[in-house]
Write a protein that binds this ligand. Structure first.
Ligand SMILES: NC(=O)c1ccc[n+]([C@@H]2O[C@H](COP(=O)([O-])OP(=O)(O)OC[C@H]3O[C@@H](n4cnc5c(N)ncnc54)[C@H](O)[C@@H]3O)[C@@H](O)[C@H]2O)c1
Length: 275
């Protein structure tokens, strides 16, 4: 039984598509830690995914919302407060989609309509969520909002395409909005920069398997799993991290601080001696 560090807290979890989703694992971890939650996803994803299965396990209501629609987001926050019986204490933004990645259009030949969609869905949606919450005064003081990011926001990973730009923008929105929301209501906003994780969104990126194995060999602790990420989210939603805001927090087994590892050197030398 988990420590009940979210006892009495109410949360909204975006982005649980199937049991591999980081949001799925986070929803379960939050409920295990004592929280009451509402689950949400884009209406189209509801038809494809299995969110109702998760809702049963979490004793949670599902309220559909396209994260690019202000109307949907207003409805989501208003209904969540009704369903949960009070204002919200935490929000997980676990949303990412790039039509350019889906259609395998190379970064240098980008389609700009697609690019706009990538930015709107994967980055501006965090701004929309925060703006809606602020306008409706839907969050309690010391609430915690977390978005999920990837190190391609800082360094180039060929194949991550326009999602890299979206992540850089999302991390910046977390800082900028975090400043204003902190001043106004002591709401904290952070992003977690997670290791490559095998999920629907993750595996859609070209070369994902190579990213995954490379990161595993580079990280002294190995890749952080989806379950590890869920636990980190729980800690960030709890009162134990109440002074953490406007941060991009690397959750990657040490990958981001490792120049090269013994394992990677060995592999390269093995191949070099074969040549
Ligand atoms: N998997 C990885 O390797 C990895 C690594 C670092 C960060 N992340 C990030 O973690 C987050 C969650 O991804 P995941 O890996 O769990 O994959 P996932 O595919 O399970 O989750 C992505 C979710 O985004 C939702 N979504 C897409 N368009 C939406 C819209 N318009 N409105 C509302 N929701 C929408 C999808 O329905 C889906 O549930 C994403 O932001 C992703 O970029 C993933």
């Amino acid at each position: 039984m988990a420590h009940q560090i979210l006892q009495g807290k109410r949360g909204i979890i975006f982005g649980a598509l199937d049991e591999r989703s980081i949001a799925w694992k986070t929803a379960l971890a939050c409920v295990e830690a004592g929280a009451q939650i509402v689950l949400t996803n884009a209406p189209i994803a509801m038809r494809m995914g299995k969110i109702n299965e998760l809702a049963k396990q979490c004793n949670a209501q599902v309220i559909p919302a396209d994260a690019t629609s202000m109307e949907d987001l207003e409805n989501l926050f208003t209904k969540s407060i009704e369903v949960l019986g009070g204002k919200i204490d935490f929000v997980l933004h676990s949303i990412g989609m790039s039509p350019n990645v889906r259609k395998a259009i190379p970064y240098t030949e980008t389609n700009y309509d697609n690019f706009h969609k990538t930015l709107d869905i994967s980055a501006l949606s965090l701004h929309r969520v925060l703006q809606t919450a602020m306008k409706l005064d839907a969050l309690n003081e010391w609430s915690s909002v977390v978005g999920l990011s990837y190190i391609a926001a800082q360094r180039t990973f060929p194949g991550y395409n326009d999602m890299a730009d979206a992540k850089a923008l999302m991390e910046s929105i977390a800082r900028s909005f975090g400043y204003s929301y902190g001043l106004k209501k002591k709401v904290r906003v952070n992003t977690i920069s997670q290791s490559p994780t095998i999920t629907t969104a993750g595996s859609g990126v070209s070369g994902f398997d190579a990213f995954y194995h490379y990161a595993e060999k580079m990280s002294p602790l190995g890749n952080a799993t989806g379950e590890d990420c869920a636990n980190y989210c729980v800690s960030l939603f709890s009162d134990y991290t109440r002074m953490v805001t406007m941060q991009n927090l690397f959750h990657d087994g040490g990958y981001s601080m490792t120049g090269v590892s013994d394992q990677v050197i060995e592999e390269i030398m093995k191949n070099a001696t074969k040549e």
